[in-house]
Design a protein around this ligand. Structure first.
Ligand SMILES: Nc1ncnc2c1ncn2[C@@H]1O[C@H](COP(=O)(O)OP(=O)(O)OP(=O)(O)O)[C@@H](O)[C@H]1O
Ligand SMILES: [Mg+2]
Length: 290
């Protein structure tokens, strides 16, 4: 497809907020729209890689090693996962690379540079991050056009932790970096029948308004999908959780008329908000640092 890939950082400093689940299933929803996706496992836990690949995670064959030595590029470590989804594996050397680059202010820009080499092959690049406020969050903010922040809603501390990501983003903006636009706070693993989660969702909406996307409901299909290594949208397209991921895909990536004519099968069409993100993305490209 002849358009620059949309680079999406899936952020969050809290563990277990559904960053990896979101990355994978969002890739599935985008692939069903006919878009070629690259998943980047920027987490030394490498949980996405372990879930999606039979092959072990070699420290020399993952993104960490390439961040340490960017001249090696990424092309030879990309693994096909399904027809339209590829994976750049994670490996435990991400933290080693981050530590080695601690004195190098350009370190968190390396991911962006590495992705440029493979960008032409994809319509969307999705970066899954590690739950710490540091190297991987900064790298994804600097590499992305858009950022989404999944969060559970049942505990106040999860909601409070969002502020740290926003502060990190604001600081990068202050230093005139081109930074991913904040596209959505994504209530994740949402149990509508639990009062604390409903209250948390209401508080999020009150605090952040339209930035809060429709929640992704809790569903046993999510773990089944990861065990089967098939995104939930592929195997259970009518399930509520699959519809929620399609809605997220449509919010982030409106299809052009050509793409709609070419027969993308799913999604919710082009909302005003999605159009705004497309414009913001173009604007981002022309600002400092791009
Ligand atoms: N909608 C959902 N329904 C059911 N289970 C879910 C849902 N979303 C996430 N989970 C489960 O919650 C757990 C945490 O999800 P996930 O691994 O995606 O979080 P994470 O933010 O990537 O974690 P980490 O911070 O450790 O990387 C997993 O067991 C996942 O299967
Ligand atoms: Mg994860």
């Amino acid at each position: 497809m002849a358009r620059t890939p949309l680079r999406i950082g899936v952020l969050g400093r809290k563990g277990g907020s559904a960053k990896s689940t979101t990355s994978y299933n969002l890739a599935g929803a985008l692939a069903l729209r006919g878009l070629r996706c690259l998943l980047v496992d920027l987490d030394s836990q490498a949980s996405l890689t372990r879930a999606l690949s039979d092959h072990p995670v070699p420290t020399e064959g993952g993104i960490g090693a390439r961040i340490a030595e960017p001249s090696r590029g990424l092309a030879d470590i990309v693994r096909p996962i399904s027809e339209l989804i590829d994976l750049v594996p994670g490996d435990r050397s991400i933290e080693v690379a981050a530590a080695a680059l601690a004195q190098n202010p350009a370190g968190p820009l390396r991911l962006r540079l590495l992705l440029e080499e493979v960008a032409d092959d994809y319509d969307a690049i999705i970066v899954d991050t590690a739950p710490m406020l540091g190297f991987t969050q900064t790298s994804a903010l600097l590499a992305g056009d858009l950022a989404i922040v999944p969060t559970r809603t049942g505990a106040q501390q999860d909601i409070d932790a969002l502020v740290d990501i926003f502060a990190l983003r604001d600081e990068l903006v202050q230093y005139r970096f081109a930074v991913a636009a904040l596209a959505a706070i994504l209530p994740s693993n949402y149990h509508a029948d639990e009062a604390p989660q409903r209250d948390g969702l209401a508080a999020l909406r009150e605090g952040y308004g339209a930035l809060v996307a429709d929640p992704i409901p809790h569903s046993p299909l999510i773990e089944r999908a990861i065990n089967a290594r098939v995104p939930v949208v592929f195997n259970s397209p009518r399930a509520g959780v699959a519809v929620a991921f399609h809605r997220l895909a449509a919010r982030l990536y409106p299809l052009t008329e050509d793409e709609q004519d070419a027969g993308a099968t799913q999604g919710e069409g082009t909302g005003q908000e999605a159009q705004r993100h497309r414009e913001e993305r173009e604007k981002n490209r022309s600002t400092v640092g791009r």
